[in-house]
Design a protein around this ligand. Structure first.
Ligand code: SF4
Ligand code: SF4
Length: 59
């Protein structure tokens, strides 16, 4: 399942960009965006490394 980002919570730290093995995220205007959701490998790293719990997954 592709990740979703709560932009109210995102601080633009870049962890999700750095840790994602599928290169799913990009930072734009200091907010993470899901740009390649089909490349998500469901590893969970992005949510684990996000300091503000901004990343969730659709059920
Ligand atoms: S679950 Fe893994 S592959 Fe999917 S977006 Fe997060 S870090 Fe990337
Ligand atoms: S890890 Fe969380 S706070 Fe950091 S850029 Fe990604 S979504 Fe935003």
């Amino acid at each position: 399942m592709p990740p979703k980002i709560d932009e109210e919570k995102c601080e633009g730290c870049g962890n999700c960009v750095d840790y994602c093995p599928g290169d799913v995220f990009e930072l734009k205007d200091d907010k993470a965006k899901v740009v390649r959701e089909n490349d998500c490998l469901d590893c969970g790293s992005c949510a684990e490394e996000c300091p503000t719990q901004a990343i969730t997954f659709d059920e």
